[in-house]
Design a protein around this ligand. Structure first.
Ligand SMILES: CC(C)(COP(=O)(O)OP(=O)(O)OC[C@H]1O[C@@H](n2cnc3c(N)ncnc32)[C@H](O)[C@@H]1OP(=O)(O)O)[C@@H](O)C(=O)NCCC(=O)NCCS
Length: 163
C-alpha cells in the first residue's frame, strides 16, 4: 500500500478515513472557529475550497470515532525529501486524549515506510499549545517564516527526522 493511501486506517481508538468533498463545508466551519485559523482570519469558504478541491499531492483524512468526526489530518507528499503535515486538528471535545500524538506517530510511520527522511509541519508563532505539542513529539523549530499567512505573524517551520 502506498504511503498516506486514501483508505481507512484503524489507529488506537479511532480510524483515519478519507475526507469526502461533501464534508468539506461542515469541517471548514468547525475549523475556522478554532485557533490558529480563527486568529489567522481564515474564511470558511477558503478552507472549504482547500478541503474539497482536486489536489492529488494532498491526502486528507477525517479522524473518525464512530458516530462523529473528531479531527482532521492533511499530508502533502512528496515535500522537501519527506512529507508535510499541512493541517492537523483535533476538535476541542476530543483534545488531550492522545489523538494528535497518534496521528503524528502514524504519519511518521507512513513516511518512514516510504523511505522518506523528514516529516515537516508549520505552526503559528502565537500557537503556544501546538508549539509545545510538536516539541513533545520530537519536532524541532527550524525557521520562522514571517508574514507567510498573516501580516505581522510568523509561521514556524518544524522538522522531524524520521530515518
Ligand atoms: C495541537 C493538537 C493537534 C494536539 O492534539 P491532542 O490530541 O489534543 O494532543 P494529545 O492528547 O495527543 O497530546 C500528546 C502529547 O502532547 C502534549 N500536549 C498536548 N497539548 C499540549 C499543550 N497544550 N501543552 C503542552 N503539551 C501538550 C500532551 O501532554 C501529550 O504528552 P504525552 O505524550 O507526554 O502524554 C490539538 O490540541 C489541536 O487540534 N489544537 C487546535 C489546532 C492546532 O493548533 N493544530 C496544530 C497546529 S496547526
Amino acid at each position: 500500500m502506498s504511503a498516506f493511501a486514501l483508505d481507512r486506517h484503524p489507529l488506537a481508538g479511532f480510524d483515519l478515513r478519507p475526507l469526502v468533498p461533501a464534508e468539506a463545508a461542515d469541517t471548514a466551519r468547525a475549523l475556522v472557529a478554532l485557533d490558529p485559523w480563527r486568529t489567522l482570519g481564515f474564511s470558511a469558504e477558503a478552507l472549504q475550497r482547500y478541503l474539497g478541491r482536486d489536489d492529488p499531492g494532498l491526502s486528507r483524512f477525517m479522524a473518525d470515532c464512530g458516530d462523529w468526526p473528531a479531527g482532521v489530518l492533511a499530508v502533502r507528499r512528496p515535500w522537501l525529501r519527506g512529507a508535510y503535515i499541512e493541517l492537523l486538528a483535533v476538535f476541542p471535545d476530543q483534545q488531550g486524549r492522545g489523538m494528535g500524538k497518534t496521528m503524528l506517530d502514524w504519519a511518521c510511520g507512513q513516511a518512514k515506510a516510504a523511505g522518506e527522511t523528514n516529516l515537516w509541519a508549520c505552526v503559528s508563532d502565537f500557537n503556544t499549545p501546538a508549539r509545545a505539542f510538536y516539541a513533545r513529539q520530537g519536532f524541532t523549530e527550524v525557521a520562522p517564516l514571517p508574514d507567510l499567512v498573516s501580516p505581522g505573524r510568523a509561521e514556524i517551520l518544524l522538522r522531524k527526522r524520521v530515518e
